[in-house]
Design a protein around this ligand. Structure first.
Ligand SMILES: Nc1ncnc2c1ncn2[C@@H]1O[C@H](COP(=O)(O)OP(=O)(O)OP(=O)(O)O)[C@@H](O)[C@H]1O
Ligand SMILES: [Mg+2]
Length: 185
């Protein structure tokens, strides 16, 4: 079994993936680490690192070779197709996500960008353009990483039939209205 854990930064990918890897004894592949190890970082734009996603995909596929059981994690995993059996997209309510990013001292612009990506369902939608395997969402807002990992394992074992459905459109609407008010001042 190979799975991808993707989602907006701060949704808990690294925490959940390492818990799954520890519990199941599966190989753990971090796209961030692979990008660094295989020189896939081609430059910098402000604090942001520019990643050659084609190179990252090729390097990840090479790393996956011969690994029957693996959990790959990273937000860039939604940007291309990897040889996995399931894609899990972690989701977090914008208020909670904002709190997590603030705690990690993310720049204000980055917080705004990531919140918008989360509210617009960026990762599940982009995943759907690349993957033909099931794409499932797991809400980590009120769950610890351990609980989210247990939920994914139960799903894979057939003990849980359905995962989560999130809809942040009310939050998106509220934020858009607030921004419009600000820009019309
Ligand atoms: N379910 C959770 N509940 C509360 N806090 C969490 C949860 N999962 C992770 N966190 C915390 O949120 C922060 C982000 O978690 P983590 O690094 O696992 O996210 P990530 O999705 O891998 O982020 P990135 O894309 O930046 O690598 C960490 O400080 C972590 O301790
Ligand atoms: Mg991470």
């Amino acid at each position: 079994m190979r799975i991808l854990i993707t989602g907006t930064p701060g949704t808990g990918k690294s925490s959940v993936a390492s818990e799954i890897s520890r519990r199941e004894g599966w190989a753990l592949l971090s796209l961030k680490e692979i990008a660094e190890k295989h020189n896939c970082i081609t430059g910098k734009q402000g604090v942001e690192r520019i990643v050659d996603v084609r190179k990252l995909r090729a390097a990840t596929i090479r790393e996956l070779k011969g690994k029957k059981n693996a959990v790959v994690e990273g937000h860039l995993g939604c940007e291309f197709r990897l040889p996995v059996d399931f894609v899990f997209v972690l989701r977090t309510h914008p208020d909670e996500l904002k709190a997590r990013m603030r705690k990690r001292k993310y720049p204000k612009m980055k917080i705004e960008e990531n919140l918008m990506a989360e509210m617009l369902d960026y990762c599940p939608q982009v995943s759907a353009t690349h993957y033909k395997v099931p794409i499932l969402e797991v809400d980590t807002t009120k769950r610890t990483a351990k609980e989210a990992a247990a939920r994914i394992i139960s799903y894979l074992g057939g003990k849980v039939k359905k995962l989560d459905e999130v809809d942040w459109s009310p939050e998106l609407r509220e934020k858009t209205i607030r921004n419009l008010r600000i820009s019309s001042l």
